[in-house]
Design a protein around this ligand. Structure first.
Ligand code: DAH
Length: 335
């Protein structure tokens, strides 16, 4: 095939190609537009520049040099236009991703106190208003504080190894917060007005109302002339403050080695058909006063120990104690 094309129209077409291509790259608004223009003008297979290159073969030899030079200029111009278009749309994409400070923020998800911790806080608050301070004691206790000083003799069934978590050398996981009564009275003279909140441990089989670990609130008031009437008043006022004005509680005669007389305190459960035990209480046994060096001829006192889980469950209508320990956020979120 003999080259037949002439130079002038070929050069004009190169100019036109450059014009169009530069405009196409300049008006491309997105990475997709830029890519489409690239394929159209600079594509390796069917791009327009490629066709312009093919055209070289159709030109007579003396025209080839001039065409080739102009072709190279056009090619450089197109590549520069492509680079410019690319960086322009990339900058825009970055700007689109940037933080828009005028948008409302995403609120962080805040946690809250566990319902049992909330209950404990509220108990501290209520009894605080009755003038009770907060005392603390260790969860690993010695048998003197857990039993002996509380008038629970070595032969007492409550000390059975099957009913307690004994550790080595006369220590154990405390089975009741009454231990703290002893610790407080050992450390200060009367009058005493304290509550203590904490975990207690018993090898109970876990079910909807039992756990091998639970929480108690212990109360102790010692002074001259403290009576059973004071005990009943304090517990009734407490129940009303925490569970509501309409709550009903009742006292049943009972026995605890560290109180005489002793009572069990029940609350009427939701629906009003069932009494549920809240805990035990009574007038501090003179033997307990003797064990801590108080004079039972001079002072009297009352004490009580209530289950915190049960109070929390009655308050919120929770029917299974295990829910309180599973830490399932779907449950905890409700409080
Ligand atoms: N410590 C007893 C228990 O865990 C509850 C109790 C009863 C505590 C009578 C007291 C009390 O302070 O006076 O079953």
């Amino acid at each position: 095939m003999t080259p037949t094309g002439s130079l002038e129209p070929a050069l004009l077409e190169l100019d036109e190609l450059q014009d169009r291509a530069v405009r196409a790259f300049a008006s491309a608004g997105s990475p997709d537009d830029v890519e489409a223009a690239r394929v159209e003008y600079l594509g390796q297979k069917q791009g327009r520049l490629k066709s312009a290159q093919e055209r070289l073969k159709t030109l007579p030899n003396e025209a080839k040099k001039a065409y080739g030079q102009r072709f190279n200029g056009v090619k450089q111009a197109l590549e520069a236009a492509l680079d410019a278009a690319r960086s322009r749309v990339e900058r825009r994409a970055v700007a689109d991703d940037a933080i828009d400070v005028t948008l409302p923020g995403t609120a962080p998800r805040l946690g809250h106190r566990h319902p049992l911790a909330q209950t404990a806080d509220e108990l501290i608050d209520i009894f605080g208003r009755f003038g009770f301070a907060v005392a603390r004691g260790p969860e690993v206790e010695d048998v003197r504080h857990n039993f002996d000083a509380l008038n629970i003799p070595p032969v007492h069934p409550a000390r059975d190894p099957l009913d307690n978590f004994y550790l080595s050398e006369g220590t154990m996981l405390r089975s009741q917060t009454s231990t703290i009564q002893i610790r407080v009275m050992e450390s200060q003279p009367p009058p005493v007005r304290v509550i203590a909140i904490g975990r207690v441990y018993r090898p109970d089989t876990v079910d909807a109302t039992h756990s091998f670990m639970f929480h108690q609130v212990e109360g102790l008031m010692v002074d001259e002339g403290v009576t059973m009437g004071d005990l009943k008043t304090v517990l009734r006022l407490f129940a009303r403050s925490y569970l509501g004005e309409d709550v009903q509680i009742r006292f049943r005669p009972s026995f605890f080695p560290f109180t005489e007389p002793s009572v069990e305190v029940d609350m009427l459960w939701h629906g009003g058909r069932r009494w549920v035990e809240m805990g035990g209480a009574g007038m501090v046994d003179p033997n307990v006063f003797k064990a801590v060096g108080y004079d039972p001829e001079r002072v009297t006192g009352f004490a009580f120990g209530l289950g915190i889980e049960r109070l929390c469950m009655r308050r919120h209508g929770i029917d299974d104690i295990r829910l309180l320990y599973q830490n399932d956020v779907r449950f905890l979120d409700q409080f």
